[in-house]
Each structure stands twice: as structure tokens, then as C-alpha cells.
Design a protein around this ligand. Structure first.
Ligand SMILES: [Zn+2]
Ligand SMILES: [Zn+2]
Length: 224
């Protein structure tokens, strides 16, 4: 008996696909959770920086009990990734939480997760190590600052206090077409940022956005 009983078939399929593509990963139970453990080897080229990196990492991928509604969590267990490189506790910060969710849910499977989220993260770490702290896809702060940078880019709004207002509205669940757009344009949201807003509002669980808001409030923009 386990928390995954409803998903038994799904896991059989997932683990079979892992055996083919990542034979160095093995699964086991840790308490009542399934984890995949072992080596991820990759040989990737980032077009932005035109650099091919071949490397490998020892990881432990944990499956949440509501998988595949929530995405897996990864720890690096080979001791290569320092605490000052994107981690929350020991869990790797693959991207801002809402982005991880959106990317994972495009095709909620472990293979997609490894290719679209985990390998790019590991690649970025290898690059960062090789080039003394430079990131291949652009610098992103961690925690609240990084979350605000992400939403600022996503909404195309530079004013971080306006970005805070977007987050507050996302968490309050108060969407109406006629409310003023948080970006400060003085237009109704329907005529302004509603498409981008609703994409998050409808696709990212509110607990995830609430977590992001709590982090964002710890920055200087949330100290009002
Ligand atoms: Zn981070
Ligand atoms: Zn707007």
C-alpha cells in the first residue's frame, strides 16, 4: 500500500521509459515515497551561448503524493552544487515555482521533467562553474527578487510595485474583466493584461502563487 496506489499504471509506464533513456537512474521507496536515484548524464548545447557541455550529476528525484498534478522535487546528492547556487534548502530551484509548474504540466511526465527542467538547470550549473559565476541564460536572482524579475519580464512591466499588485490579485482570486489593470495603465484589465494574467490565474495552483507572493513580500517592494 502506498500513496501512489491510484497511479500504479502511470508509474509502471514512467519507470519503464526511464529504464530506456536513463538506465543509471534506479527507483526505491524512501518511507512511503518513490524516489529515482542515480546519475544524470547529459551532452547539451545552449544556443544562446553556443557552448556544448558534457557532464553528469548524482541526483535524487522525489515524487510528490499527488504526482503528476505536482511536479517532482530534486536534490543533488553528489555534493557538487553549492548552497549559493539556486536551491531551497536542499531542493534544487529549477526555475520560479509557477514556471516549474507550467513547464512540467505541458507534458506531465518524468522524461519531460528531466529534459525541460532538470537538465537545463544542471547545464546552467556546469556553465556557471566553468565561467566563474556567469549564467548561460541570463542572471536570475533567487527567492523573492527572482520571482519579481520573472513576473516583471512575463507581464512586460518594469515597476516592481505593479508586479506585486499582479501577484496580490492572483492570490486574492478577484478577477473581473472590469477591474483596473494592476500594471497602472488605467485601462480595464480586459483591455490590457487579462490574457497573460488569466494564463497564470487558471493554470497555476493558488498555493504556488501564494508561496511566490510570500517570497516577494520579503523584498523591498513588499515592505510597504
Ligand atoms: Zn533560485
Ligand atoms: Zn495592464
Amino acid at each position: 500500500m502506498s500513496v501512489y496506489d491510484d497511479n500504479y499504471d502511470l508509474f509502471e509506464k514512467e519507470l519503464a521509459s526511464i529504464e530506456v533513456d536513463y538506465p543509471q537512474l534506479h527507483y526505491r521507496m524512501v518511507e512511503d515515497k518513490i524516489v529515482l536515484e542515480g546519475e544524470i548524464q547529459f551532452n547539451l548545447t545552449c544556443k544562446t551561448v553556443n557552448e556544448t557541455i558534457e557532464d553528469s550529476y548524482l541526483v535524487q528525484i522525489g515524487f510528490p503524493s499527488d504526482y503528476p498534478n505536482s511536479s517532482p522535487e530534486v536534490r543533488e546528492i553528489g555534493g557538487r552544487i553549492p548552497t549559493n547556487f539556486h536551491q531551497n534548502g536542499k531542493v534544487l530551484c529549477l526555475d520560479v515555482p509557477s514556471q516549474v509548474h507550467m513547464i512540467f504540466r505541458e507534458n506531465p511526465s518524468i522524461l519531460h521533467f528531466i529534459r525541460e527542467l532538470l537538465e537545463p538547470y544542471l547545464y546552467a550549473h556546469s556553465y556557471w562553474q566553468k565561467y566563474n559565476g556567469k549564467m548561460p541564460f541570463g542572471q536570475r536572482s533567487h527567492y523573492g527578487e527572482g520571482i519579481l524579475e520573472h513576473y516583471s519580464e512575463y507581464f512586460g512591466v518594469e515597476d516592481k510595485e505593479a508586479v506585486m499588485d499582479f501577484l496580490e490579485l492572483l492570490v486574492k482570486r478577484g478577477y473581473k474583466q472590469s477591474i483596473p489593470c494592476p500594471c497602472g495603465s488605467k485601462k480595464k484589465i480586459k483591455k490590457c493584461h487579462s490574457k497573460k494574467f488569466l494564463n497564470i490565474y487558471n493554470n497555476v495552483p493558488v498555493e504556488i502563487i501564494r508561496y511566490e507572493l510570500v517570497q516577494a513580500r520579503k523584498t523591498k517592494y513588499g515592505m510597504k
